[in-house]
Design a protein around this ligand. Structure first.
Ligand SMILES: Nc1ncnc2c1ncn2[C@@H]1O[C@H](COP(=O)(O)OP(=O)(O)OP(=O)(O)O)[C@@H](O)[C@H]1O
Length: 482
């Protein structure tokens, strides 16, 4: 039977009763109060082995109280519960030194388990208060799916582990990477982002590690790489699944040895960079196809965070839409209302481009429509892509084609964008087609579980042609049973 004395503070009497019963049943002694002041008195008197507290109480706010309690009782674990459920609540709880943050409503069993863990942890752990100025980072959404993300982020704030963010395009992977940096230990260092899909494959290594003068044709001067630029800070490796094999090998070595050499250089350079990687692919499939190194995957996937697609958290759509209307208003466009039928249309839509697509929709609505209230027919018309495919739930088929062409266009824009004011080197047509071929073949093989005959049919290629291409591209085909 566990033992310990628990102080519970919540202005809701029903919650006090429920917690009292559950914790007493688990073997703890419990004291409850609805007042922040009483909680403070108890804590200052040295009572209690653990605190469970609500944030907003009639006579004070737990976030103001936490640092005071931490000062006099640094070892006392404090669990914060809140119904506000925003990203900032989770972050503030972590910053003010909370042991754990629980969005309401929560599962009592989980709470009792957390209490058990907190009371059995070695002393000295968990007193992780660290000051930060909570500049509002706009991670919007209070859905249970996003709560899980916020809690993971809050736990990660004081730790410097490598993180792998997985999520469809436009789900907010870069935003999460920035939040990890801005609220983490390295917030005073640089945040450097590099998108593997936006850089020509043969330039990736020199982009990452820099190159010496004359390392290759066109290397007229020495150039620093992103690792050097990110020294002391965070390096965000976006679309890591698109990293070519040789660069993967080099990156793995850096992660293992903590040092690298520039392209064409010999002297090892020590590096102190926190890696946050992101992908919209299932890297396990890429590993099975021989396109991604398994050992690198394990090095990067230390803490995985999955960002749910928007269609799995439609309850976030109203908040997100309001947030984006607020943003466009700041840019000088008129603010609009969305009526409830229009909102229903948005909830039913599949959002293949996720939050980015919603943001773009809001921009179009603000810019193109004079009326103050946006109605269902307007949203339906705007969500109707040019190819007559609807993208609404239950209307699978052609939607995929639209998503694909949309995504190719986005990648091309990113690619061009990567050159800033300049244009890419000549030979673009064949280079792009060469880039498209391996992932297309890999996708066909994945879809047919490595069956080359069916993959050839799917692609509309002669099977010997496909075999030849697989050999030329040095692809490993893994056949998996049904
Ligand atoms: N939860 C969120 N709250 C507010 N804005 C968001 C949220 N998620 C995404 N966004 C916004 O949506 C856009 C796309 O987000 P972001 O670039 O982070 O997505 P991504 O997953 O990295 O996309 P890609 O894989 O295409 O690079 C950005 O403008 C971002 O600010």
């Amino acid at each position: 039977m566990p033992t310990g004395n628990i102080l519970v503070a919540d202005d809701d009497a029903a919650i006090r009763t429920v917690l009292n019963q559950a914790l007493a049943r688990a073997g703890y002694e419990v004291r409850t109060t609805g007042q922040a002041a009483t909680l403070w008195t108890w804590a200052a008197q040295g009572l209690g082995d653990l605190i469970i507290t609500d944030v907003v109480m009639p006579d004070g706010n737990a976030f103001d109280l936490l640092p005071r309690i931490k000062r006099v009782r640094p070892e006392l674990p404090i669990i914060v519960m809140s119904a506000q459920n925003t990203f900032m609540t989770a972050i503030k709880a972590s910053e003010r030194g909370a042991y754990e943050y629980l969005p309401k409503p929560f599962d009592l069993k989980e709470l009792v388990a957390i209490v058990g863990r907190a009371l059995s942890r070695p002393r000295g752990e968990g007193a992780r208060s660290h000051a930060a100025e909570p500049d509002d980072i706009p991670l919007i959404g209070r859905s249970p799916a996003m709560q899980d993300v916020y809690r993971a982020l809050a736990r990660l704030m004081p730790i410097d582990l490598t993180v792998m963010i997985n999520g469809e395009s436009g789900t907010g992977k870069e935003l999460v990477a920035r939040a990890l940096h801005d609220y983490g230990k390295r917030k005073n260092g640089p945040f450097v982002a590099i998108n593997m899909a936006a850089i020509p494959k043969d330039l990736i290594e020199s982009e990452l590690f820099g190159h010496e003068k004359g390392a290759f044709t066109g290397a007229l001067t020495r150039s620093s790489g992103r690792f050097e630029q990110a020294e002391g800070g965070t390096l965000f490796l976006d679309e890591i699944g698109d990293m070519p094999m040789e660069a993967q090998t080099r990156l793995l070595r850096v992660l293992q040895q903590g040092e690298y050499t520039t392209v064409g250089g010999r002297t090892p350079i020590k590096t102190n960079v926190r890696i946050v990687a992101a992908t919209n692919k299932d890297l396990r499939i890429s590993i099975a196809q021989g396109l991604f190194r398994e050992d690198l995957f394990f090095r990067l996937n230390v803490v995985p965070i999955r960002l749910p697609p928007l269609r799995e958290r439609v309850e976030d759509i109203p908040d997100l839409a309001r947030h984006f209307f607020g943003l466009v208003e700041k840019e000088g466009l008129p603010r609009k209302q969305i009526d409830s039928e229009a909102m229903d249309v948005m909830r039913r839509y599949r959002w293949p481009g996720n939050v980015r697509e919603l943001e773009n929709l809001v921009r179009r609505l603000a810019a193109l429509y004079p009326q103050e209230t946006i109605t269902a027919p307007i949203v339906e018309a705007e969500l109707q892509p040019a190819t007559s495919n609807t993208g609404f739930a239950g209307n699978a088929g052609p939607e995929r084609a639209e998503t694909l062409s949309g995504s190719v266009e986005r990648h091309l824009n990113q690619y061009f964008g990567g050159f800033g004011e300049n244009i890419p080197p000549p030979g673009l047509y064949h280079r792009i087609l060469r880039e498209v071929e391996p992932p297309l073949i890999a996708a066909a093989l994945a879809a047919t579980r490595g069956n080359q005959i069916r993959a050839a049919e799917l692609l509309g290629l002669n099977r010997n042609t496909l075999r030849k291409k697989i050999r030329e591209l040095d692809m490993q085909v893994v056949r998996s049973p049904r």
